[in-house]
Design a binder for this molecule. Structure first.
Ligand code: UDP
Length: 240
């Protein structure tokens, strides 16, 4: 009989920074290919995978707002457009190794990708396609972490898997304290009260209110993405 896994449908959040690798301003094709291969392996097992991609490798609204008279909303729209570039890149990489993939954008860009339609996204997943959600929530002043929590709740995915460049959540900042301890588990309460920089408050409270567990893990360790998706212990698990 088929082995069963912890999650049936997951929401994988990949930040722009993670896509950049050593090439901080851009995309590292070795990383997008590694993601594609690992996602391919788990979709073959029957686990449904939706992605939310960030855009911080190209443009971060908050850090540009104010300069040259750029208002925050305009800056954030540029940031959302950046996530679309990453999404198209990831889609092309996935399809180059035979994974059927759809990009859905939070605002319309019909020549480039489908608009976000919840039921259609779910249908794609049921058919074994990977769905990449781009343009965040479609609203300025939000983040792609919040988009990940929101889409996860909307499509009834069971977990947000946050792929980062660190092994998980530490009790202290490991770049300041070499003795900082990696935490296996954490409650939402601890994340918010200790102000641990896991996700922004909007994202983490949305997860908490909807009982969505969050796994923070390092995507640079080979095999970690598929391990996280299969529900194996990796990184830090945040829950009630
Ligand atoms: N953004 C936004 N609304 C959203 C999601 C993203 O305005 O719902 C903008 C915001 O400017 C943000 C940028 O898109 O800085 C890139 O997203 P994010 O910083 O979340 O990407 P990541 O940190 O994951 O690379």
């Amino acid at each position: 009989s088929k082995p069963s896994y912890k999650w049936r449908r997951v929401l994988l959040k990949v930040s722009g920074e993670a896509l950049a690798g050593d090439n901080k301003q851009n995309i590292d094709p070795k990383i997008t290919m590694a993601i594609a291969r690992e996602v391919a392996a788990v979709t073959r097992l029957g686990i449904e995978v939706a992605l939310v991609v960030g855009g911080g490798n190209i443009f971060r609204g908050a850090s540009w707002a104010g300069s040259s008279g750029l208002d925050r909303s305009s800056a954030d729209y540029i940031g959302m457009l950046a996530t679309v570039m990453n999404a198209i890149f990831l889609q092309a990489t996935m399809e180059s190794i035979g994974i059927p993939t759809r990009v859905q954008t939070a605002f319309r860009m019909s020549e480039v990708a489908e608009p976000y339609i919840r039921r259609r996204a779910v249908r794609h997943l049921e058919k074994g396609r990977v769905v990449i959600f781009a343009a965040g929530t479609g609203n300025p002043f939000f983040t792609t972490d919040t988009a990940a929590a929101l889409r996860c709740a909307e499509i009834n995915a069971e977990v947000v898997l946050k792929a980062t460049n660190v092994d998980g959540v530490y009790d202290e900042d490991p770049s300041c304290n070499p003795n900082a301890r990696l935490l296996d588990t954490l409650t939402y309460q601890e994340v918010t009260s200790k102000d641990l920089s896991v996700m922004d408050m909007t994202a983490i409270t949305l997860c908490q209110e909807n009982n969505i567990p969050v796994v923070v893990f390092n995507l640079n360790k080979p095999g970690n993405i598929s391990r996280a998706i299969k529900g194996e212990t990796v990184g830090t698990l945040i829950g009630a």
